[in-house]
Write a protein that binds this ligand. Structure first.
Ligand code: FPP
Length: 243
């Protein structure tokens, strides 16, 4: 019998994120260098973005490079930089077709001018007013750094009397954080580890978290759709009593 393609649940308004872990182990398992693992990882990103757009998610935020990743070997960092520049070059036309708005967040200045120019150009040409999906890529991002920088900005605005101490609320803090989302509904981490690794710390308060043992380069759109289905069945109580 012919295998029918899984249909994805419709999840409009849902903000999802992925910690794409396991490229290095996948490369080792397949006797390849780590950059080949990251390359395969980028290929997977393309398919998952397409599935996320089909599922009508509001946003998908991907952890591409953390503040801690700067301590990796120079060669690996250079490989990731080249892959991102190539991915922007080759994928932006497809993102435009799918009406996906691309947005990078984090401090990626140390990657150099070439990547900064490519990112700004890609963000400009995908700046749909009503995108089908917001695709946010965390690059040189750390949740703690985001909270520290937001706290400094709030302190400065209080000092200059732009806001008062009483203006500080949950919503205000979101406004000062760099990550371009508020509540995060679903976080998926691949690669078998059960940790947050300094990702969207403030945004994770009531996030449903799913862990997959699959190494990111082996992660399929079928598995992604299964994650979305499981999420859609979850009763979210936000600390409330429902029984
Ligand atoms: C984690 O695997 C992966 C990374 C640190 C880099 C991921 C980057 C990409 C897939 C490129 C993304 C590009 C775009 C355009 C979104 P790891 O190397 O930490 O795996 P390991 O835990 O097995 O060593």
């Amino acid at each position: 019998m012919a295998k029918t393609k899984q249909s994805s649940p419709n999840l409009p308004g849902i903000n999802a994120a992925i910690i794409m872990d396991g490229n290095g182990r996948w490369a080792k398992k397949n006797a390849l260098n780590v950059t080949s693992g990251h390359q395969r990882g980028v290929d997977v990103v393309r398919k998952i973005v397409e599935s996320a757009a089909k599922a009508q998610l509001e946003s998908l935020s991907l952890y591409a490079f953390s503040t801690e990743n700067w301590s990796r070997p120079k060669k690996e960092i250079l490989g990731i930089k080249k892959l991102i520049i190539n991915a922007i070059d080759s994928q932006v036309p497809e993102l435009i077709n799918q009406e996906v708005r691309l947005n990078f967040f984090g401090d990626y200045s140390s990657f150099g001018d070439e990547i900064i120019r490519a990112i700004h150009q890609a963000e400009k040409i995908t700046a749909f007013k009503k995108p089908k999906l917001k695709l946010n890529i965390a690059l040189g991002y750390g949740g703690r750094k985001d909270i520290i920088e937001a706290t400094k900005l709030i302190a400065k605005d209080i000092k200059s009397e732009k806001i008062s101490v009483d203006d500080i609320s949950h919503e205000t803090i979101f406004k000062y954080l760099q990550a371009p989302i508020n509540e995060l509904d679903l976080l998926i981490r691949t690669g078998g580890d059960h940790r947050i690794s300094n990702f969207l710390l403030y945004h994770l308060a009531y996030t449903e978290i799913q862990f997959s043992d699959t190494l990111w380069p082996d992660f399929t759109d079928e598995e992604f759709i299964k994650c979305l289905e499981e999420f859609s069945k979850t009763e979210r109580r936000f600390g409330n009593r429902t029984i």
